[in-house]
Design a protein around this ligand. Structure first.
Ligand code: FA5
Length: 344
């Protein structure tokens, strides 16, 4: 074989191989082309390499240089096609275990927000105590947010400046008079009413969700936060049942040896009302309000207070999350800095 014939064969192969790699449309066709041209046993390049032995001795050097040049060009065409089709390089195409559709390991996998994690855990704990999850709307009406909770018209808690109203109190958005304007709910106690309106006792529910108050933002206050509300109504429910449930709740969430105390307080919808604290890090920390459901509330949903009694409690979820993870400022939970969130 003359050197001209050898060079001409290599040129034709280079053209054919480059076209085949450029025409490959998927991993399979690319792999077929790779075997046809670059295959170590029956590949065409290998066959031409073998024929180099027939080139005259004085042309061997030239033949070798040409061979390497064409081999490099074909290899490059293959790698370009591989990058185009699979977005990567290497010999993975030949590996049947390689799945180009799997997510890259170089990316960080996301995680649940610490508040969502806390909500899931609290729901789980209350579920084990027999409390079923219930939901209510975040856009509430005046009746469920106040009236049915025994907060009358003249009560200062109804001040429009102290709540996020969606229509002017006394007027709807289209200007008509309304006795029942809408607002962002200021507590999850609204769900107590909605559940009791629809269900007969015995009731044991837990509701977790967002509430809104135009509170000044500081290290422990935010205008939007989350509450967990528990409600149990049956015959002969007493403060002793409430304290037992709060004790079990605190023990499950914060661990053993966390004493709980209740002290007198006031909420219009419970009588008596209490504030619940747990002992943590050498001091008493408030975790929310609670009490025995006021007979007026039971009457407003059509229950007979002579037959039924109940307890309710409402705790701040951010505060529970913060104490557990030693978060010092509530604002860190909502600035969405991934360096902070990644820690949980
Ligand atoms: C209530 O909201 C009552 N609904 C609780 C209740 C339910 C009493 C059932 C009786 C029966 P209070 O306003 O105290 O109560 O809020 C409860 C908890 O929410 C507080 O202890 C605190 O942990 C949390 N909280 C209140 N305001 C904020 C705020 N601006 N930012 C973060 N957490 C807050």
């Amino acid at each position: 074989m003359t050197i001209q014939e050898f060079v001409s064969q290599l040129d034709q192969l280079s053209e054919k191989a480059t076209k085949a790699f450029a025409d490959a449309t998927d991993a399979d066709s690319l792999d077929q082309a790779r075997i046809a041209f670059l295959g170590s046993k029956k590949g065409e390049l290998k066959a031409i390499q073998k024929s180099m032995g027939a080139v005259p001795k004085e042309s061997k050097k030239e033949a070798g240089l040409k061979f390497n040049e064409v081999k490099g060009a074909i290899q490059q065409a293959f790698e370009a096609a591989q990058a185009r089709l699979l977005g990567g390089s290497g010999s993975r195409v030949a590996d049947p275990k390689f799945d180009a559709t799997l997510p890259g390991t170089a990316f960080r996998v996301g995680r649940l927000h610490p508040i969502t994690q806390t909500i899931n855990e609290l729901k789980d704990i209350m579920g084990r105590l027999g409390f079923t999850p219930a939901e209510g709307p975040e856009i509430e009406d005046d009746y469920h947010n106040f009236e049915a909770l025994n907060i009358p018209r003249v009560h200062p808690a109804r001040d429009p400046l102290d709540n996020f109203y969606l229509s002017v109190a006394g007027k709807t958005n289209d200007g008509a008079l309304s006795d029942n304007p809408l607002l962002m709910r200021s507590q999850t106690s609204t769900v107590q009413i909605r559940v009791m309106e629809d269900t007969k006792p015995p009731i044991r529910i837990v509701s977790l969700g967002r509430v809104y108050r135009p509170d000044e933002t500081d290290a422990t206050h935010y205008p939007m936060f989350h509450q967990i509300e528990g409600l149990m109504v049956d015959e002969n429910v007493t403060l002793a049942d409430l304290k037992t449930v709060l004790n079990l709740f605190a023990t499950n969430y914060l661990g053993n040896e966390v004493p709980v105390r209740i002290r007198p307080s006031f909420f219009p919808f419970t009588e008596p009302s209490v504030e619940a604290d747990y002992f943590w890090d050498g001091r008493w920390v408030e975790f929310g309000g609670a009490g025995i459901v006021d007979p007026n509330v039971l009457r407003s949903v059509g229950y007979d207070p002579e037959t039924y009694s109940g307890f309710a409690f409402g705790l701040g979820i951010e505060r529970l999350c913060m104490i557990r993870h030693q978060i010092k400022d509530i604002r860190d939970l909502f600035t969405n800095d991934v360096r902070f969130l990644r820690q949980f």
